[in-house]
Design a protein around this ligand. Structure first.
Ligand code: GLP
Length: 244
């Protein structure tokens, strides 16, 4: 779906999330959301905060799982995805902190496999993700599933692509300060969500959006695996959709 601009598109996605939460609340059910970071979802989170403040949307029975976190990463560091989520969403809504799940960037490396299995199991025990929100990196990554990721991959420690580290360089004051690794949900984890929304804005994303939607499916562009799913919607602004 192509919107005139990112603002309108973001509001629409936020409204859909709000509807999902309210529908589940009406049946006394919890909503399990998969969330993303990056510049793309910022306006969508702002709209969710507005809906909470002005229209009474509550997050008391919402459980969230973030896609990824840099490794190693202290949660209190300004570049951590914990800080990002607090600043853009969690500090401004009534979510129970116990219902927030973000990969732990402070573990010792040998603790990571067990942590990742537990992350997967926790999602499963809650009945799976109702909705997964995605952005897309210029390498075609979703979460931090870089080129070479398998379609059935689970949550795991990965090595970041060089281009991804260049794109993050500004946040870290230079590429050399960007962590070389991350913990990310896998493509298989993402695929199990009942609904997937990938958002992309601006012309810089147009070439990778074209590859993801129209390109041949390949591990070289992990987002092409989304072509396998019937439950995926790309929400784009006109500039990101320009090459389609
Ligand atoms: C990071 C995140 C991804 C995100 C991507 C795009 O790599 N791990 O989940 O999709 O950035 O970032 P942006 O939205 O800033 O373009």
């Amino acid at each position: 779906t192509v919107y005139e601009n990112a603002e309108l598109a973001s509001r629409q996605v936020a409204r859909r999330i709000a509807e999902l939460i309210k529908k589940k609340q009406a049946h006394s059910e919890k909503t399990v959301l998969g969330l993303a970071t990056g510049s793309t979802p910022i306006r969508m989170y702002a709209e969710l905060v507005r809906l909470h403040r002005e229209e009474g949307l509550n997050f008391r029975d919402v459980i969230t799982f973030n896609l990824d976190e840099y490794y190693p990463m202290r949660p209190t560091a300004p570049q951590s995805y914990v800080t990002f989520m607090n600043e853009h969403l969690f500090d401004h809504i009534d979510i129970d902190p116990n219902n927030i799940n973000i990969p732990n960037g402070t573990l010792a490396q040998e603790e990571i496999p067990a942590f990742c299995l537990a992350y997967e199991r926790k999602i499963e025990e809650l009945g799976g993700l109702d909705l997964q929100i995605l952005g897309i990196g210029r390498t075609g990554h979703i979460g931090f599933n870089e080129p070479g990721s398998a379609p059935n991959s689970g949550t795991r420690l990965v090595t970041l692509d060089d281009l991804t580290r260049w794109d993050a360089a500004r946040d870290f004051g230079g590429k050399e300060n960007v962590p070389t690794k991350a913990i990310t949900m896998g493509i298989g984890t993402i695929f199990k969500a009942r609904e997937i929304i990938l958002m992309a804005w601006n012309g810089k994303k147009a070439p990778i959006v074209k590859k993801a939607v129209e390109g041949e499916m390949s591990g070289e562009v992990p987002a092409t695996y989304l072509q396998l799913s019937d439950n995926v919607e790309f929400i784009l602004d006109q500039d990101a959709a320009a090459d389609l």
